[in-house]
Design a protein around this ligand. Structure first.
Ligand SMILES: [Zn+2]
Length: 283
């Protein structure tokens, strides 16, 4: 994408709620403290965070093209050659300091209360990354079925060969084998990386069984912003950060009924919003 089109995008910023009324919240002329992403640019690094006056949603604007995040550089930049070591490190974290362990505990508690029977479930994890989530799920529910979907060839191979989880290397938006055969579909810190989170979430409807459940986890921009600019939630890899109203709007615009939305602080101290949703509403 050309710089001009990014400038245009800045002029035409439109929020998930439809509003165009934004104020500049944070501006970075170099990567925020702790932000490891490297872009091959020299003098024009500009990363800005805009806050919607109506719903409190945050949108990023960059002076450079960060679509490289989707062509395999993501794992390369974030983990380098240490993919396996990073995976081992995360799965061996003490239970109480693991975001992933807390996530899985919360999900299984909700899922066990939600589904009327305890038959094995089928799970699709979109943007599966290092696959620590499905690894932990399988440990606790070994008879369930799992599919990891990730566009990154390195991470996808890792999921299949190292973790031993069925994996599809694809951009979820380009999958076309619609089949409503999943009981549970998760987007763990994924939708903040894409330009159109509503369309991506809406696409899950084509894969969800009747009565199935979707889980979404997103950075909580509202809480993070209270601590200033140097927060992971606003790193350059994120195109958006959410508020309680904007995660609700996301779910509803994608055609889901939000059943539960919570604001939490992860063991790693990230600010997170998490939501369970379905297509039918409360039972
Ligand atoms: Zn808004």
């Amino acid at each position: 994408m050309l710089l001009e089109s990014f400038s245009d995008m800045k002029k035409n910023l439109t929020c998930i709620c439809g509003s165009c009324d934004f104020s500049l919240k944070f501006s970075y002329d170099k990567p925020a403290k702790g932000d490891k992403f490297f872009f091959p640019i020299e003098n024009n690094y500009l990363h800005e965070i805009y806050e919607c006056a109506r719903c409190g949603h945050f949108l990023a604007w960059n002076s450079f093209d960060n679509t490289v995040l989707y062509d395999g550089q993501y794992a390369q930049t974030t983990y380098g050659d240490k993919l396996k070591a990073t995976f081992d490190n995360i799965i061996n974290l003490p239970h109480e300091s693991s975001d992933n362990a807390a996530r899985v505990d919360n999900i299984l508690q909700y899922v066990d209360g939600y589904f009327p029977d305890n038959s094995p479930k089928s799970v699709m994890d979109v943007g599966s990354g290092l696959c620590v989530f499905l690894y932990q799920m399988r440990k606790l529910r070994p008879d369930w079925q799992y599919l990891a979907v990730d566009p990154d060839p390195v991470q996808s191979t890792h999921a299949r060969d190292i973790v031993g989880i069925d994996a599809v290397q694809a951009d979820f938006m380009e999958l076309d084998n619609h089949n409503n055969c999943y009981d549970f579909i998760s987007f763990n810190k994924v939708l903040e990386h894409v330009f159109d989170p509503v369309s991506m979430l809406a696409k899950a409807k084509g894969y969800l069984k009747k009565g199935g459940l979707v889980y979404v986890e997103l950075p909580d921009g509202s809480e993070a912003a209270k601590e200033g600019a140097d927060r992971q939630e606003f790193y350059v890899e994120h195109l958006s950060a959410f508020s309680m109203p904007s995660i609700t709007i996301l779910a509803e615009r994608a055609g889901f009924v939000p059943l539960s939305i919570e604001r939490i602080r992860d063991p790693s101290r990230k600010y997170t919003l998490r939501a369970f949703m379905n297509m039918e509403g409360a039972r």
